[in-house]
Design a protein around this ligand. Structure first.
Ligand code: HEM
Length: 403
């Protein structure tokens, strides 16, 4: 293993991920010459390992015994010393309780259970695309993509219609990734308000259960554990955070790419690429979550390096999805790509719970565009989001010519 010839920028800094031209060269260098890279810490925060090869990222994601999520699964919380939802919130829980909680939630996330929800997703997406086509132009991020995923989670949680705009506003502020200079403390305030809101909703569902996900958690045990209000609220919060921005960013990224790549747009229009293939390539290409993280529970040797017990390990899905040993011409956006073993939805025991739903949302959007739109043109500058965890755009002005 040689030392990388390229300086690795500060991966904790959101600005790094906005670099013009992206970090492709850095990831390529790391994959080839320093696949287990040590990222130094600061006076206040620890250093962490950076893994970039598809095989290594998959291996760690699969091994929740030696690489736990219980001390956080994203860089920011890991650097702060852990996640307050550990052991309660699905994504940051391991072992038998994770399995039991996941099995409980899967009752609401199986393709059969989601049948009605997915039908609604298709209808809403088609309506929004039709309206945009009629106007001739839209901000695809604001007018279409920001609406569908959150409305869908709200359907799953049965959030009353009258509260939905408030929930959307709070979700956006809680992540605070739209702007480089979020108002101080705004994100924490919004998170607090969201949690409070869901506490009230849980209390209401305990008294009046329905057939939504909150009622499921409130009335059925996870294995032998009855979930308390805090646990239910944390999991609602996590469904909103997990399912809203990710799908939204994938859809916006797809539209930007299709506006600039007539050949791929044609391959979608003429059916050379099926909607399913196209959905997976959109996921690989956009990789909305740049990384996930784990903490080592014992010493582990990897490519001659020792990852010590307690070390933070970051898994860069964006780098793994460009691994040339797995993907032919990884730098090319090819909707008909097959096979496509991207890691955008994770892998192993924490594989995305909402994978079927997220895919259905992207497919619905591609279907609607294919059927209703002849040409997509970008009509103004896009705005990129500011984050070391999520990547994509919060604004994308386009014109849509009717088919
Ligand atoms: C297409 C967009 C989506 C992407 C790119 C995405 C990505 C991911 C990834 C990479 C993971 C693994 C995290 C880890 O290993 O630590 C994950 C887990 C998860 N996702 Fe998604 N997700 C998407 C859509 C959704 C939706 C729509 C929902 C729910 C409504 C959702 C809810 C979750 C939950 C609850 C987990 C934790 C699963 C577990 O720990 O067992 N995601 N997601």
């Amino acid at each position: 293993m040689t030392t990388p010839s390229l300086a690795v920028p500060d991966l904790t800094d959101p600005v790094t991920h906005l670099a013009p031209g992206g970090l492709d060269e850095v990831w390529s260098e790391l994959r080839q010459n320093d696949p287990v890279h040590w990222h130094p810490g600061t006076d206040d925060t620890p250093g962490f390992w950076v893994l970039t090869r598809h095989a290594d990222v998959s291996k760690v994601l699969r091994d929740s015994a030696r690489f736990t999520s219980e001390r956080g699964n994203v860089l920011t919380t890991m650097l702060q010393g852990g996640d307050s939802g550990a052991g309660s919130m699905l994504a940051v829980t391991d072992g038998p309780h994770h399995t039991a909680l996941r099995n409980l939630l899967l009752k609401a996330f199986s393709p059969r259970a989601l049948d009605g929800v997915v039908r609604q997703v298709r209808e809403t997406t088609r309506r929004l695309v039709d309206e945009a086509v009629e106007r001739g132009h839209c901000d695809f991020a604001r007018d279409i993509a920001s609406y569908v995923p959150l409305a869908t989670i709200c359907d799953l949680l049965a959030v009353p219609r009258s509260d939905r705009d408030t929930v959307l506003g709070l979700t956006k502020s809680a992540l605070a990734s739209d702007y480089a200079d979020p108002q101080a403390g705004e994100d924490r305030l919004a998170r607090g308000e969201l949690l409070l809101y869901f506490h009230e909703l849980v209390a209401h569902r305990r008294a009046h259960p329905g057939d939504d996900v909150i009622s499921l958690m409130a009335t059925e045990p996870a294995g032998t554990v009855t979930l308390d209000d805090d646990a239910i609220v944390l999991n609602c919060y996590s469904l909103i955070m997990g399912g809203d921005e990710t799908s939204r960013l994938a859809m916006i990224g797809a539209v930007r790419e299709l506006a600039h790549d007539p050949e791929q747009w044609l391959s979608l229009k003429d059916g050379t690429a099926t909607a399913q293939q196209a959905t997976d390539e959109v996921l690989r290409w956009t990789t909305p979550t740049l990384h996930f993280g784990r903490v080592a529970t014992e010493d582990v040797e990897l490519h001659g390096q020792t990852i010590a017990e307690g070390d933070l390990v970051t898994l860069w899905l964006c780098a793994a999805n460009q691994d040339e040993t797995v993907f032919g011409d990884p730098e090319v956006f090819r909707l008909a790509r097959t096979p496509n073993k991207h890691l955008s939805l994770g892998y192993g025991p924490h594989f995305c719970l909402g994978a079927y739903l997220g895919r259905a949302e992207i497919t619905a959007m591609l279907d609607a565009l294919r059927d209703r739109v002849a040409r997509i043109e970008q009509t103004g500058d896009e705005r990129r989001i500011y984050s070391n965890f999520l990547t994509g755009m919060s604004s994308l002005p386009v014109s849509l010519t009717p088919a």
